[in-house]
Design a protein around this ligand. Structure first.
Ligand SMILES: Nc1ncnc2c1ncn2[C@@H]1O[C@H](COP(=O)(O)OP(=O)(O)OP(=O)(O)O)[C@@H](O)[C@H]1O
Ligand SMILES: [Mg+2]
Length: 247
């Protein structure tokens, strides 16, 4: 089962969501692989403390002779298997994202769930993987919209990515992240998204300083600070996600 995590805007929390929902499912005994599909600015490795590893997704994209297993690292604290990207510019140049699908095809039978973290906006790096995916998670940071046009902005952002997912017949769900002042109106936003756009909102995650702290520690917040507000929300979202995928 392949899930692709996307956002309309940078910094909304794709990588944080990928790391924490992977952690949730791994802690529920699923075999989970989290792949850093953000080829130009990969940072999933940082969330798991795998930012200086020898073999990366980029190594595989460059050299088809390398066994994909070499670029998969098991995170000891969470049990998530991670395929990090390389942050070196020379590794990013001259690779073809098309080969990402072949790599997924080679490893997918070994994992119950594969998350593919994506670049912002139309995710050109991971578009080929939409063909082998079943689910698309759209992460939205609602606070970034001016308050007077909140609903319109959020809907616009979701609508575009929804259209993309529908082209590939993906099941589509939404996660709202970094909720601050809009905490009071979040129910109204969820209702608007679910009724007008007809996509389920799987959960909403409050803005919480434990999140950046956990990234510095290289342990997703769900494991790093399990009682934090963000963790409780990721836990709830994880339960909804699990029910959504596995029934
Ligand atoms: N719920 C949250 N509360 C507080 N800070 C958060 C939360 N979620 C994410 N952040 C912070 O926001 C920043 C961006 O998050 P993240 O890297 O997950 O977003 P992204 O969508 O993957 O960004 P990019 O477009 O750069 O790939 C990080 O520094 C992270 O610590
Ligand atoms: Mg990211």
């Amino acid at each position: 089962m392949v899930l692709i995590v996307v956002t309309g805007r940078g910094g909304a929390g794709k990588t944080t969501t990928t790391a924490n929902l992977s952690t949730f499912l791994a802690m529920r005994e699923y075999r989970v692989l989290a792949v850093d599909g953000d080829l130009y600015l990969p940072n999933l490795g940082f969330h798991f403390g795998f930012d200086t590893v020898k073999y990366t997704l980029h190594s595989l994209l460059k050299n088809p002779d390398i066994d994909p297993e070499w670029a998969i690292y098991r995170h000891p604290q969470t049990g998530v298997h991670v395929m990090p990207g390389s942050t070196q510019l020379q590794d990013v140049l001259g690779i073809s994202p098309r080969r990402l699908v072949d790599i997924l095809d080679r490893v997918k039978y070994k994992f119950g769930v594969i998350f593919v973290d994506s670049p912002t906006g139309i995710p050109f790096d991971t578009l080929p993987t939409f063909e082998v995916a079943g689910y698309q998670l759209i992460v939205v940071e609602i606070e970034r919209s001016p308050i007077y046009s909140f609903e319109t902005m959020v809907k616009n952002e979701i609508e575009k990515l929804k259209a993309l997912g529908e082209r590939y017949n993906l099941n589509i769900g939404v996660i709202l992240n970094k909720v601050r002042e809009s905490g009071d109106v979040v129910d109204k936003i969820i209702e608007a998204v679910e009724e007008d756009l007809e996509v389920p909102v799987l959960g909403w995650i409050p803005f919480d300083n434990s999140v950046p702290e956990s990234i510095n520690a290289g342990i997703p917040v769900l494991k790093y600070a399990p009682r934090s507000d963000a963790s409780l929300a990721f836990q709830e979202a994880g339960e909804v996600l699990e029910g959504w995928i596995f029934g």
